[in-house]
Ligand binder design. Structure first.
Ligand code: SF4
Length: 375
C-alpha cells in the first residue's frame, strides 16, 4: 500500500543524501504522523535474502520489508547496513526508512519457483518488520500469506506491538506451517527504555504483546537483548524481567550481551556519554578488543540468566528465530543457480548495494549467533 499524496508531503528526492543508491525508488514521503521520518517507497526486485553459506545462523533465508528502523535503538547492530545506501548509521538509520512496497507479491513469485524447497525464512533479523510504519503500509499480511501459501515455515522476532494486528492471520498460518514468534525485551526500566530505544513500544506494551500472542494459542519466546553491562545485567534486574515474562506466559527465554559493531559502537558510546558518562571508561575497557565484551563477562551474565530461568522453571528458548515444530533446520539449500543470487545478479529494487543487504545481515547475525551459543 502506498499513502495517498493528499496525506503527505512529497519530498524532493534530490534534496536527500544517498538516494542515488536507492534503485527502484518510487517516491520519498513524509507524514505528520511520523515526525522527522522520511519513507522511501521502492519497487524491490527481490524479497528473499540469502544468508551466506558461511553463516552459522540456523536459517538461510530472510525477508526484510524495511531497511532502517524507526524503533531507533541506539545499540542496533544493523545500523552499519544503512551506509550501503550512502546514508549514515545514526540518525539516518532511524529516520530514512526504505519501504519495499511490493515485497509480499514479489515473495509469492519467488516462493512459487519450482525448486523452492520450503526452507524456513526468518524475519526481524536485520530490521523490525513490525516497526511503526507497518501499521500504515501493511506489508506483513501479504508476506505471511505468501509464506503460508507456499508451505514455508517462518519466524518473526520483533519489538513491535503492531504484530498483534496480524495474530489471527498468524494463528491460521500456524495451522499449516511451523511459525515461530519471538518478542525482544531486555529491560523493564521505562526511563532507560525511552532513552535507549526511543521509538519502541514500552516494556509494558511488549509484555502485553506476549500475552496476546500466547492468548492466540501461539508459543512466544523472548529474546533478552541486549543485556547492558552495569545497566541491566544485575541478577535482580534479570530476575524481575524473567519473572514478568513467565507471568506473561512465555515459552522460553534467551539472552544476548551487548554487541558493539562499527556503526552501532559510535552511536551507542555517544549516547552513553550523554546519559551515563560515569560508565564510558568501563565500557571502553570492556569493548577495547572489539565488538564483544570479554568472554568471562559474557559467561557470568549467561550464568545469571540460566540460573534465574531454571529457578523460575522456564526453558531456554532454543533459538529465537526458529519456528516451533521444525525439529531442525534443513541443510538443503537451493542448488546453485536455482534461485536469485543477489551477489551475482542483483534483483532488489532498493539499491545497487542492496545486493549486499544479505551481507549486512549475515555480518550482524553471525556475531549474534556467536553470542547465542552462550545461553
Ligand atoms: S527494533 Fe531491532 S532493528 Fe529496529 S532499531 Fe531496534 S534493534 Fe534495530
Amino acid at each position: 500500500m502506498r499513502w495517498t499524496t493528499r496525506a503527505l508531503d512529497v519530498e524532493d528526492v534530490t534534496a536527500l543524501p544517498g538516494l542515488g543508491r536507492i534503485s527502484g525508488l518510487l517516491r520519498s514521503v513524509r507524514s505528520p504522523d511520523f515526525a522527522g521520518v522520511t519513507f522511501h517507497e521502492v519497487l524491490a526486485r527481490s524479497a528473499l535474502n540469502r544468508v551466506p553459506g558461511t553463516s552459522p545462523m540456523p536459517f538461510r533465508w530472510t525477508v526484510n520489508p524495511y531497511r532502517g528502523c524507526s524503533h531507533a535503538c541506539v545499540y542496533c547492530f544493523a545500523r552499519g547496513t544503512h551506509t550501503y545506501l550512502d546514508l549514515d548509521s545514526g540518525q539516518d538509520f532511524d529516520s530514512q526508512i526504505v519501504v519495499k512496497t511490493n515485497v509480499g507479491e514479489l515473495l509469492g513469485r519467488e516462493l512459487a519457483a519450482p525448486r523452492w524447497r520450503g526452507e524456513p525464512v526468518a524475519m526481524g533479523t536485520n530490521t523490525d518488520p513490525y516497526q511503526r510504519a507497518e501499521g500504515r503500509y501493511r506489508l506483513m499480511p501479504a508476506v505471511i500469506r505468501s509464506l503460508t501459501d507456499h508451505d514455508t515455515p517462518f519466524s518473526i522476532l520483533t519489538k513491535g506491538t503492531v504484530l498483534s494486528r496480524d495474530l489471527g492471520l498468524l494463528a491460521s498460518a500456524a495451522q499449516r506451517v511451523p511459525v515461530g514468534l519471538g518478542v525482544s525485551l531486555a529491560l523493564l526500566d521505562r526511563t532507560l527504555q525511552a532513552s535507549l530505544e526511543p521509538g519502541t513500544p514500552t516494556p509494558e506494551a511488549r509484555l502485553t504483546l506476549v500475552r496476546r500472542i500466547v492468548d492466540a494459542g501461539l508459543p512466544c519466546g523472548v529474546l533478552i537483548a541486549p543485556l547492558l553491562p552495569h545497566l541491566t545485567d544485575s541478577r535482580e534486574q534479570i530476575a524481575d524481567l524473567v519473572g514478568r515474562l513467565r507471568d506473561a506466559g512465555v515459552s522460553g527465554v534467551s539472552g544476548i550481551v551487548l554487541h558493539l559493531r562499527p556503526g552501532a559502537r559510535e552511536w551507542f558510546l555517544r549516547w552513553l556519554g550523554v546519559h551515563h558518562p560515569e560508565l564510558v571508561g568501563r565500557y571502553e575497557r570492556l569493548y577495547q578488543r572489539g565488538s564483544n565484551a570479554p568472554q568471562d563477562y559474557r559467561r557470568m551474565v549467561a550464568d545469571r540468566v540460566a540460573s534465574v530461568r531454571v529457578e523460575l522453571g522456564l526453558p531456554a528458548h532454543p533459538a529465537p528465530f526458529r519456528p516451533t515444530g521444525v525439529p531442525g533446520y534443513r541443510d538443503a539449500g537451493f542448488p546453485p543457480g536455482s534461485m536469485p543470487e543477489p551477489r551475482r545478479a542483483p534483483r532488489t529494487g532498493v539499491a545497487d548495494r542492496s545486493a549486499h543487504a544479505g551481507d549486512g545481515l549475515a555480518g550482524a547475525v553471525v556475531d549474534q549467533a556467536a553470542e547465542q551459543t552462550l545461553f
